[in-house]
Design a protein around this ligand. Structure first.
Ligand code: SF4
Ligand code: SF4
Length: 249
C-alpha cells in the first residue's frame, strides 16, 4: 500500500489540462487541410487521379474529409500548391456537408443545440460498436480512457449495454455481417439517442468504400448526429468534437 502511494506521489498528475491549455501535436500530424483554389487544373487533376479514396473533386477543387484517410499523397504530389495539411485537429462536424473543404481559411464547426447540452451536457454514456473497422479507430477511442485524456472527468463514459447508453459511437464501414447487430444495438438504446460516426470508414466506408461487403458508413442506415473524420481520428480530435458537441467548450 505504502509503495503504491509513494509511486503515485512520484508520478504526480498525468492528466492534461486540455481544454484549458492546448496540447501541442507533432509537426508531422496532418489535420485540417488548406485548399488552394489558384492551383493549376492539371495538378489538381493529377492529385485526384492519385487519391486512393476518390476524395478529391477536381472540378470544384475540393477535398471530402469524410472520405480522406490523410495519407498525404495530394500534398506531396502538389508540393503544397493544392493541398497543405495544417496542425489543426478540430475536425468534427454535425453537418456532413461541412466536410467538403475547398478553401484556405475554412474552419469546421459543430452545432451543439441547447437540447443536447441540457440532456447530455453533464453525463453522456456511450456504447461503442465496432462495425467492421481495422481496430485502429477503436484503439484510439480506448486512448481517451487513459490518464492523459481521462474522458470520464467530463462525465463521458463507455458502457457495456446499449440499454444503459445515451448513444452509440460507431467505428468501421458497417459490414454486411454487422448490419443486424448495429441496428439491434441502435434499437436497444432508449430515446432520445445520439449517433457518432468516428473515422473515415464510419463516415463513408473509408478504404472499404464500394466493397460489396461494406455499406459505406453509418448514415446509410441511421441518422448521424456527429461526424469525426480521420483514419483513425486523433484522440484529441474526438475529445474536441465531443466537448464542443456537448457545449463544454
Ligand atoms: S490525403 Fe486525403 S485527399 Fe489527399 S490523396 Fe490522401 S486520401 Fe486523398
Ligand atoms: S477509418 Fe481507418 S483507422 Fe478507422 S477503422 Fe477505418 S481503416 Fe481503420
Amino acid at each position: 500500500m505504502i509503495k503504491t502511494l509513494l509511486t503515485r506521489l512520484e508520478q504526480g498528475n498525468k492528466t492534461s489540462a486540455y481544454p484549458k491549455k492546448p496540447v501541442t501535436l507533432i509537426e508531422e500530424y496532418r489535420g485540417l487541410p488548406e485548399i488552394k483554389q489558384d492551383c493549376a487544373d492539371n495538378l489538381v487533376q493529377l492529385c485526384s487521379e492519385n487519391c486512393p479514396q476518390d476524395a478529391i473533386d477536381p472540378v470544384a477543387k475540393r477535398v471530402d474529409l469524410g472520405k480522406c484517410v490523410f495519407c498525404g499523397a495530394c500534398e506531396q504530389l502538389s508540393e503544397g500548391r493544392f493541398v497543405h495539411f495544417t496542425n489543426n485537429h478540430e475536425l468534427g462536424v454535425s453537418d456532413r456537408q461541412q466536410l467538403l473543404v475547398d478553401s484556405a481559411v475554412q474552419r469546421l464547426s459543430i452545432l451543439a443545440d441547447n437540447r443536447i447540452k441540457k440532456l447530455f451536457g453533464r453525463s453522456l454514456q456511450l456504447r461503442q460498436v465496432s462495425a467492421g473497422g481495422c481496430n485502429a479507430c477503436e484503439a484510439d477511442v480506448n486512448v481517451l480512457g487513459t490518464p492523459f485524456f481521462d474522458l470520464a472527468r467530463f462525465g463521458i463514459q463507455f458502457v457495456a449495454s446499449p440499454r444503459h447508453a445515451d448513444g452509440m459511437l460507431v467505428t468501421g464501414p458497417v459490414t454486411v455481417n454487422m448490419k443486424t447487430a448495429l441496428l439491434k444495438t441502435y434499437e436497444a438504446i432508449p430515446e432520445p439517442k445520439l449517433v457518432i460516426a468516428t473515422g473515415a470508414c464510419a463516415i463513408s466506408g473509408g478504404p472499404f468504400f464500394n466493397s460489396p461487403q461494406s455499406l459505406d458508413g453509418v448514415a446509410s442506415l441511421i441518422p448521424v448526429d456527429l461526424f469525426i473524420p480521420g483514419c483513425p481520428p486523433h484522440p484529441l480530435t474526438t475529445l474536441h468534437a465531443l466537448l464542443q458537441f456537448l457545449g463544454k467548450i
